[in-house]
Design a protein around this ligand. Sequence first.
Ligand code: 3PG
Length: 409
Amino acid sequence: MPKFRTLSDVNVKEKTVIVRVDFNSPLDPESLKILDDTRIKAHGETTIKELVEKGAKVVILSHQGRPGDFDFIPLKQHAEILEKVLGKTVRYVNDLYGEQAKTAIKDLKPGEVVVLKNTRTFSDEQKSKNPEEHAKSEFIKVLASLADIFVNDAFSAAHRAHASVVGFSKVLPTVAGRIMEHELMALSQVLESPKKPCVFILGGAKADDSLEISKYVLNNNIADYVLTGGITGQLFMLASGVNLGKPNVELIEKQGVLGLVSGIKELLVSYKSKVKVPIDVAVEENGKRKELPLSLLPTEYQIFDIGTQTINQYCQIIRNSKTIVISGPLGVYEKKEFIKGTKEILEAVASSKGFSLVGGGHTIAAIQELGLTDKMSYISTAGGALIEFLMGKTLPGVVSLEEAAKKNL
Ligand code: 3PG
């Protein structure tokens, strides 16, 4: 478990506290309305609420989108949602560290909240610099001079060495917010001391990420089993010598992941009994689900799900596991006939008494659709940061919290 300080270690009453959250949310490309406010709610109901209740003067920083992309928009909508979550006025100031922002911060009374402009409007925000260099920027210098404490609550942006993520820890007392704390506790529980047996279920289309995670958790004796599904599962089948048929191989080619086959082959040789590859599949034939055992492959139809034999084998392993990580759906669950694999696997995870950790936007959406949200032990709000953590990489945002914990408050 990384060693860092939390909100419990500081007195925030009447202090000006800069909180780096991750409000980055999916938007409707036409209306630019926020489609899913999970992250805003998560920060609002925990860290920000606690700071308000403790009488801090709260300054919120976040990014939204990337410069040049359609979703690179101001944080006004985010502030409005936060206002509803908190049930109190939240001011939005369309300025990051200019006169307007400075005045808004100085005017804050205990318990008041201001949201500043999208951090990525600062030209050097995303430049690859070390924390010391970032700390010398006008943005960090100006805001830090008006604040007493920095709270980093943005676990989902912790893989970015950006100014607003790592710069403040060099110049202000720095602690983790509750979302950061809970994410790190849940993830460390899985990677450092998983209760055994431990299973990783890797589906979805990001086969390159799945391969890296598999290597890390198998080489480090974290996972006892890796179960594969989705495009990842199909690629693993291909690497194990199964001929999937033209439309399926073409789809994999289109995803640009065929180059991973040799790495997967090596993994399958080293961990033959631990890595599970689908033993049957479901294809779409004349608009209907049809299940095929491996003996009936190749197929001229598109594979959209794992089959019943695979589901049964995977559920058996899940039932016997004490730690379960799942990221990525097992099939095209958006199609009614092909939700079966994802549904039955998620139901098995939900009814497990073990510790279950869920990540990935599509998996979370499937869990919500199936009404299983409350049955999972921990649902991560992170995307890329979670993937990098599960690959064993160090995250700059977490390192800066660890470094800050070595200094006196
Ligand atoms: C995310 O959504 O994963 C984070 O907000 C990071 O966003 P980024 O990939 O644009 O840095």
